[in-house]
Design a protein around this ligand. Structure first.
Ligand code: ARG
Length: 458
C-alpha cells in the first residue's frame, strides 16, 4: 500500500526499507501524548478559523475515542504504520474521512514528534520525582533508626574517623535530593512547546501557538522554529540527570555489597532481596545491588549514544533524530526499575550495629581525637599530630589500641597526659564532640534529618 506521503514518489517502499525506517515499535508508547497534542492542535485550528469549529469538534471527539480504545485494548496499535503519528492519523482518517485529513494543517511530524517527546518526558519526570522522593524517605527513616550506631568512616577505604551509620546514610539523601532538584530544573526546559514550528520555518497560516501551549500546560513556546524542531538538548539533559542518579545508586550499591560481605558484615539484606547460589549452599548474594551497579554502565551508554547521535547534525530535522527515543526510554525504564528495587531492598535492610562498633574499635580511628586532646593541652596541631602518630606506631608495634594503652606510656610522650585522655578517645565521645554543622554529632545528624524532611515536604 502507498504511504500517506505518496505524491512526490509512488510511496511504495521496499519491505526492508520500511522496517528499517519504522519507529512504531518504540514510539507507540507516546500514543496518549500524541493524541493529547493533536487534540490541542485541532482546537487551535478551530479557534483560529483555519478549520470549521464543528470540524475541530469532530476530530477531537474521534481522537478521544481512539485514545480510549487504545487504552482499553479494543484498538491495537499496528506495527505496519511508520510511526505513532502516522498510525493515529490513519485511524482518524479511516473513521471520519476528509475531515481527519485536515488535522495535519499547519504542523509537521517534525514539530509533532518534538512535542510528543517533551510531553512524555514531562510526565515521566513527575513519576521519577515521586520514586526518588520515596527512596530518600526510606534512607532518611533508616538514618533515624540508626542515629547513634557508631561505625568507622573511611577514606581510601581505610578506617578514618568514627561516624554514625545515620550520618553516612544521610550523605546519600543529600545526593539524591540534588538529583531531584536537577530533574525539576530540567523539567523547566522540557516544558516549552515546539508545536507550530512546523517543518522548520513556521507557517503561512494564522496559527496561535500560545493557545496550543497553554492548552497543553506548557510554560512558554520555543522562540525559534528551527530550534523548536532541532532541539534535543532537553533529552540529553534528562539522560544526564538519569546517569547521575545511577552513579549515586551505584556507589551506594557498592557499599551495600561490601557491607554485606563476611569481611564487613555491617548489614544484613533480607531474604526477599537476595539470591542463593546454584552450587554453594552458604551463599546469600546481593544481586539486586550488583545489578543496579551493573546497569549504571548501560544508562551512561544511553547518554553517550544520544550525544553522539546529535553531534554534527545539520539543522533542522534529520532522520538520525529518530534514534533519540530508544536510548531515553531504555534509560528511563532502567532507572525506574532500579529505584523501585533499591527502595525495596533498602527498606528491609538491617544494620549489625555490634559489628560496626567493633570495626570502629580497631584501626585507630580516634587518633585525630588524640591529636585534638594534645592541642587542648596547649601544643600546636602539627606537633600534636606527630606525637599521636608516634603513639599509634608504638601501639601497633606492641599490640595495643589507644583505649588500653597505660597512662604511664602516654606520659612518656608528654607529661600533660592525664586520665582524661581516655574519655577524649572514647568512640562515642568522639562522635558526640563532632558538633560542627553537617558533622556526625547527634544534633547535627538530627538537623540533617529535619532538613531532608522539610525538602521532601514531610
Ligand atoms: N518517527 C520520526 C521520529 O521519531 C517522526 C518524525 C519524522 N519526520 C520526518 N520528516 N520524517 O523522529
Amino acid at each position: 500500500m502507498a504511504k500517506m506521503w505518496a505524491g512526490r514518489t509512488s510511496g511504495v517502499t521496499n519491505k526492508l526499507a520500511d522496517d528499517f525506517n519504522s519507529s512504531i515499535s518504540f514510539d507507540s508508547r507516546m500514543f496518549s501524548q500524541d493524541i493529547e497534542g493533536s487534540m490541542a492542535h485541532a482546537a487551535m485550528l478551530g479557534a483560529t478559523g483555519i478549520i470549521e469549529q464543528n470540524e475541530a469538534k469532530k476530530i477531537i471527539d474521534a481522537l478521544g475515542d481512539i485514545s480510549e480504545e487504545i487504552r482499553s485494548g479494543k484498538l491495537a496499535i499496528s506495527n505496519d504504520a511508520e510511526d505513532i503519528h502516522m498510525f493515529i492519523e490513519e485511524v482518524l482518517t479511516e473513521r471520519i474521512g476528509d475531515v481527519g485529513k485536515k488535522l495535519h494543517t499547519a504542523r509537521s511530524r517534525n514539530d509533532q514528534v518534538a512535542l510528543d517527546f517533551r510531553l512524555y518526558l514531562r510526565d515521566e519526570t513527575d513519576i521519577l520525582t515521586e520514586k526518588l522522593k520515596g527512596l530518600i524517605g526510606i534512607i532518611t527513616e533508616k538514618a533515624e533508626e540508626y542515629k547513634t550506631a557508631v561505625m568507622p568512616g573511611y577514606t581510601h577505604l581505610q578506617r578514618a574517623q568514627p561516624i554514625t551509620f545515620a550520618h553516612h546514610l544521610l550523605a546519600y539523601s543529600m545526593m539524591l535530593l540534588r538529583d531531584l532538584e536537577r530533574l525539576s530544573d530540567c523539567k523547566k526546559r522540557i516544558n516549552i512547546s515546539p508545536i507550530g514550528s512546523c517543518a522548520l520555518a513556521g507557517t503561512t497560516y494564522k496559527t496561535d501557538r500560545r493557545f496550543e501551549a497553554e492548552k497543553l500546560g506548557f510554560s512558554d513556546i520555543c522562540q525559534n522554529s528551527i530550534d523548536g524542531v532541532s532541539d534535543r538538548d532537553f533529552a540529553v539533559e534528562f539522560l544526564n540527570d538519569l546517569a547521575l542518579i545511577m552513579m549515586h545508586l551505584s556507589r551506594f550499591s557498592e557499599e551495600i555489597i561490601l557491607w554485606s560481605s563476611w569481611e564487613f558484615k555491617f548489614v544484613e539484606l533480607s531474604d526477599s532481596f537476595t539470591t542463593g547460589s546454584s552450587i554453594m549452599p552458604q551463599k546469600k548474594n546481593p544481586d539486586m545491588a550488583e545489578l543496579v551497579r551493573g546497569k549504571t554502565g548501560r544508562v551512561y551508554g544511553d547518554l553517550m549514544a544520544l550525544l553522539t547521535t546529535l553531534k554534527g547534525l545539520p539543522l533542522a530535522y534529520n532522520k538520525d533524530m529518530q534514534e533519540d527515543k530508544e536510548c531515553v526510554f531504555d534509560a528511563l525504564d532502567t532507572v525506574k526499575m532500579c529505584l523501585d528495587v533499591f527502595s525495596g531492598m533498602l527498606s528491609e535492610i538491617t544494620a549489625n550495629t555490634e559489628n560496626m562498633k567493633n570495626a570502629a574499635k580497631t584501626g585507630f580511628i580516634n587518633a585525630t581525637d588524640l591529636a585534638d586532646y594534645v592541642v587542648g593541652k596547649g601544643l600546636p596541631f602539627r606537633s600534636a599530630y606527630k606525637i599521636s602518630g608516634e603513639i599509634v606506631a608504638y601501639c601497633i608495634k606492641n599490640g595495643f589500641v589507644l583505649e588500653n594503652l597505660p597512662l604511664e606510656t602516654y606520659k612518656k610522650y608528654g607529661d600533660f597526659f592525664d586520665d582524661d585522655v581516655f574519655s577524649a578517645i572514647d568512640l562515642e565521645n568522639c562522635v558526640k564532640r563532632r558538633i560542627s554543622e553537617g558533622g556526625t554529632g547527634i544534633n547535627s545528624v538530627e538537623n540533617q534529618i529535619k532538613w531532608v524532611k522539610e525538602k521532601l515536604g514531610l
